[in-house]
Each structure stands twice: as C-alpha cells, then as structure tokens.
Design a protein around this ligand. Structure first.
Ligand code: SF4
Ligand code: SF4
Length: 433
C-alpha cells in the first residue's frame, strides 16, 4: 500500500478486484502488514467468480478501501450484525462482495447480552472463507476488568466465530475515560497480538462521551481502528446546506475534525448509525428522482474522505441490497440531499443524536437521558423490542423517575428541541419490566 496520504487517496478510488494473492499461509498472513496479507487479491478473484452467478440486477460491492494503515483492504460497506437474524444474510452479503464483518460479544439474537450470540451466525457462514474476510468483534471491557477476563471473553468469541484470530478487536461502546484508560486492556492487547489472536485493536463509541474518548485514544496512540456513530443528522455541514440553524447541531461539530486527525495518523475510521434511526419507518416516503434514503445516508457519510467505510445492520436480504447499492458512491447528488432533508424535517422531533451529551446534567434524578432515548430508538424505529428491553434493563432505574416528575428541570435542555420528559416517560412505560 502506498504510504503518503495522497497515495492512499489514490488507492481509495481504485477498485481492488484484479490481482491474485492466493496461497498465502496463515503464519505469513499474520506476519505481513501489506495488502497481500489480507489475501484481498484472492478475495477479488473469488468475488468475481461469485458475482458471475448473481442475477444481473443484483447490487454488488464496488469498492475496497484501506483501513487506516492496518494493511487491511475492506469493502466500503460493511456488515453490521446487531439484530442479524441468520447466517443466510451473512452469506448473501459475502456473495455480493462484502468482506468486512463487524460483530460483538454482546449482540444476541433477541437483544443485548441475551445469550443468543450473533457471532455464531458469522462463524457458521464464514469459517471456511476465513482468509477472504476481515472480522471485527468487540467486548465491553469495564474499567475494573483484568486482562484474564478480557482474554477469556476473546477466546469465547473466537470459538463462536470458529476461527483462531480476529482482525480487529474493539473495546465496545466506550463512554468514559476510565474504561478507555484501563491498563489491563493494553496488557491484554499486547499479549493477544503476540499470541496471534488479534491483529489490531481500538474502540467503538456512540454515547455522550464519544468525542472525548475518541480524541483521547487518538492522541495517546491507543487505537489502530475507531468505530464511531456518525450520520447526516449529527453533522453541521448537512444543515449548513439547507438551513442556517447552527444551534440545532452544535454538539457533533467536532466529529469531522476528529476523523481527520485519526485519518492523518493512519487510524482506520469506520462509521456506524449512519441512518439517523431510519430502520422501521416507511422509507418509501423518502425518495426523490431515483434517490432513496438508505443509499443517500451512506453517500453522505462516505463523502467524508477521512471515513474509510461504514457498517450497517443487515437485518434482511432486501435491506442489505439497499445498502450495498451505495458502494463506491461518495458524492452527493441534489436528489440525495432532497431525500435527507425530507427525512430530517419529518423525524427530528424525537431523534436523540448519538454522541450528544447536551442534556447530561439536566436531570436532578440522574436519569441517563441519552441512553434511555437510544433504547427508545431501538424499540420504535428499529422495531427491536428485545434489544430495547435488555438495553433498558441494563440502565438500572432507567427513566422510572420521569413517571412522577413534572418534567420542568429538563424542559428546554435539548438543543435539538426534543421534548425530553414526554419521550422518557413514554420509554419508561413501554420498556420497564
Ligand atoms: S422528566 Fe424529570 S426525571 Fe425525567 S429526565 Fe426530566 S427532569 Fe429527569
Ligand atoms: S436529548 Fe437532545 S440534548 Fe439530550 S442527548 Fe439527546 S439530542 Fe442531545
């Protein structure tokens, strides 16, 4: 892989489907840092063969990009597995050229940490294609976790994934600096890398301290890869284009600067939660002159040259195809912007922006407002009640205090105009045990 940022930009735009790196053994594979180490050439050849047997109108991955300076080449649209219902969808995406698969120890078949383990689906579908795919998994390491426990969690993940290594291992949903700074995590990473069980490490985040944590990780060289929530609805540049209301969007204003900082250091940058909560809504309402919401949202995120790729939950083959159509498309058309505008205007009143912590100190009862509203999004927009219920239960008292509260302290606390009390009360009634 070329070294300078300019070279990498050039690489980024070149389809990577042409050469053959087959025949590499696992030891060499793990020891080498270049693109041949991934066997991306082998992947390209295999993909071309698979693509030939697909229906003519089947969307396929059009672009593979370097993931920071890891040497990994990954599809620009990656497989997000939260809510993944079967191994068949994993195979469907692989057959369409996807080679980046993201999962987590905590993703259950019904909800968060429900013991169902979506990792099993990836293991079932990918174990015999291991050298052709890049697999990321995550563990929610607490500040008090020791290296032994984290290693046990990794080994359990490897067993379910039916592999002896993962390419990227992330500390999951890091929302406070104490978790990020845990020295045991770094001892674990060093050992696991030495043992060949992980190749790269980093953090993911979508909570209120996302920017603070990601910036700390970047500045202190704690991550090879970061996975951050990012979408048009949290990006000032989007609103700049059609509104002059900066007050709507101040909270995520630094995220692009962070991405550039990470990219300049060679840290891989992957975006998630790219759809501003659009999962269950009738998406046909958001189409304009051939542009559709799933593709337009991904185009928006991928138009940032500092974002390597995006992952997105693949919950059905139809949904997967609608996302795969965005592969290779980084520019925004007028029609894409119109679709996004329509969606924002119709859906902003109840959408809590990932990464925002603007109201964190508004509640005297200590209700974790952003976390509560994320569970509401899982229930109402994603239609995933089990995920929402387990996530809500993990919040302890959740929003139960809201049921007996006037709502005055948090009135006007949301810079985006959300009526917090009404939304948290509704969430408490809907999700409490
Ligand atoms: S309604 Fe009351 S208890 Fe609930 S978040 Fe607002 S201030 Fe806190
Ligand atoms: S309710 Fe509003 S201020 Fe609070 S985290 Fe969500 S978007 Fe930010």
């Amino acid at each position: 892989m070329a070294g300078s940022p300019k070279d990498r930009e050039a690489d980024r735009d070149r389809p990577e489907l042409d050469d053959d790196g087959a025949g590499i053994d696992r030891r060499t594979f793990l020891q080498q840092g270049g693109r041949a180490a991934l066997g991306i050439g082998a992947f390209g050849v295999a993909y071309a063969a698979r693509a030939a047997s697909l229906p003519a109108d089947a969307p396929t991955i059009q672009k593979y990009v370097p993931l920071g300076k890891t040497g990994l080449m990954i599809s620009d649209i990656g497989f997000g597995s939260s809510g993944c219902p079967s191994a068949d969808i994993v195979r469907h995406c692989y057959d369409r050229g996807m080679n980046y698969f993201d999962t987590a120890e905590g993703y259950g078949t019904k909800g968060w940490n429900d013991g169902g383990y979506v990792e099993n689906f990836l293991g079932e579908a990918l174990h015999d294609k291991r050298d052709k795919v890049v697999i990321t998994t995550k563990y929610y390491a607490e500040a008090k976790d020791d290296r032994k426990l984290i290693m046990t969690k990794l080994e359990e993940s490897l067993q379910r994934l039916r592999t002896d290594y993962v390419d990227v291992y992330l500390n999951h949903s890091v929302n406070d600096l104490d978790r990020l700074k845990n020295p045991e995590w770094f001892e674990f990473v060093e050992l696991a890398k030495k043992q060949g069980k992980i190749r790269f490490s980093g953090m993911s985040g979508h909570g209120g301290q996302l920017q603070e944590c990601a910036e700390y990780a970047i500045d202190h060289d704690m991550a090879d890869v970061i996975l951050c929530s990012h979408n048009f609805g949290s990006d000032p540049k989007f609103y700049e284009r059609f509104m002059k209301k900066f007050d709507w969007v101040a909270n995520q204003a630094g995220i692009r600067r962070l991405f550039k900082k990470a990219h300049d250091k060679g840290i891989g940058v992957i975006a998630m939660k790219t759809q501003m909560g659009a999962k269950l809504n009738d998406l046909s309402a958001y189409e304009f002159e051939g542009a559709a919401l799933p593709e337009a949202s991904l185009r928006w995120v991928l138009s940032d040259p500092n974002v390597d790729a995006a992952i997105i939950s693949m919950t059905s083959t139809e949904v997967a195809d609608s996302y795969i159509r965005a592969s290779g498309k980084r520019g925004m058309r007028h029609s894409d912007l119109r679709v996004l505008e329509q969606y924002v205007v119709a859906n902003s009143s109840d959408y809590c922006r990932p990464g925002c912590s603007g109201c964190a100190s508004a509640c005297p009862a200590g209700v974790p407002i952003a976390d509560v509203l994320r569970q509401r999004m899982y229930a109402k927009r994603y239609g995933n009640q089990p995920l929402a219920r387990t996530g809500y239960a993990a919040l302890g008292q959740g929003a139960s205090a809201c049921l007996g509260c006037s709502g005055e302290p948090c009135a006007n606390a949301c810079e985006f105009g959300l009526e917090i009390a009404a939304l948290t009360r509704e969430t408490a009634s809907m999700l409490r045990a």
